[in-house]
Design a protein around this ligand. Structure first.
Ligand SMILES: C[S@@+](CC[C@H](N)C(=O)[O-])C[C@H]1O[C@@H](n2cnc3c(N)ncnc32)[C@H](O)[C@@H]1O
Length: 207
């Protein structure tokens, strides 16, 4: 019985990775509800991601590859009225899910989120205007990661933060060392590396 359960878990982790070797597309929008589910938050609780990323009141945060907005709303609350979140995603269907969340009565008080249908390769902000770029399970999904990181570097203020969080159940999951090598190669230095090997956050500073 135990062996069968372990086998099923291994299959569930391995199968999407094998499919992804041939299927280079962004995460389909129908996984949006899972991304904001309690099961997902077991691995990446929003308060932990916010704390590890170094998000503070008053910051301007770019939620890059925001998807259905699993972290966008908690981050908007964390930065407060003096802060701002610019939520960018390449898929309209994901952004519609975020907009539906924002339309709920419990979120009517949130006025500090700008939702943008844009690409990581051509960000809709001026140079040096963002305090912190948040990338949760989005960087490895981008076909041109170095190009995306160059854009992130452009929009970050000098000394600004790039916070990258990954979890093992993502079919694109990269090892921590891979993430560090990639970001260091594009002008970021590690400030702090946190979490377990299967669910980690690395906080970088823009050089
Ligand atoms: C696995 S989802 C993660 C969403 C969200 N960050 C979360 O953790 O719930 C990755 C997201 O990155 C977006 N994405 C992929 N390539 C992108 C690009 N080039 N520019 C902007 N967003 C992109 C996808 O559309 C998708 O919504």
């Amino acid at each position: 019985m135990a062996a069968a359960i372990v086998g099923i878990i291994i299959f569930l982790i391995a199968a999407p990775r094998i499919v992804k070797k041939w299927y280079h597309r962004p995460a389909p929008a129908h996984i949006g509800p899972f991304l904001s589910s309690p099961l997902r938050f077991l691995m990446q609780p929003p308060d932990k991601i916010i704390e590890r990323s170094g998000i503070k009141p008053g910051m301007t945060v770019l939620d890059l590859g925001c998807g259905s907005g699993a972290f966008t709303i908690p981050v908007a609350r964390a930065v407060g009225e003096q802060g701002k979140v610019i939520a960018v995603d390449i898929q309209r269907a994901m952004l519609r899910q975020l907009k539906r969340k924002l339309a709920k009565a419990k979120n009517h008080d949130i006025k500090n989120i700008e939702v943008r249908h844009d690409s990581a390769y051509n960000l809709p902000m001026a140079d040096g205007t963002v305090d912190l770029a948040l990338m949760v399970t989005s960087l490895p999904e981008m076909a041109e990661r170095e190009r995306a990181l160059r854009e992130v570097r452009r929009v970050l203020k000098p000394g600004g933060i790039l916070a990258v969080s990954e979890m093992i159940i993502d079919p694109d999951f990269p090892w921590r060392s891979t993430t560090i090598k990639l970001c260091e190669g594009e002008g970021f230095v590690v400030e702090e590396s946190l979490g377990k090997w299967w669910s980690y956050t690395v906080r970088f500073r823009r050089k």
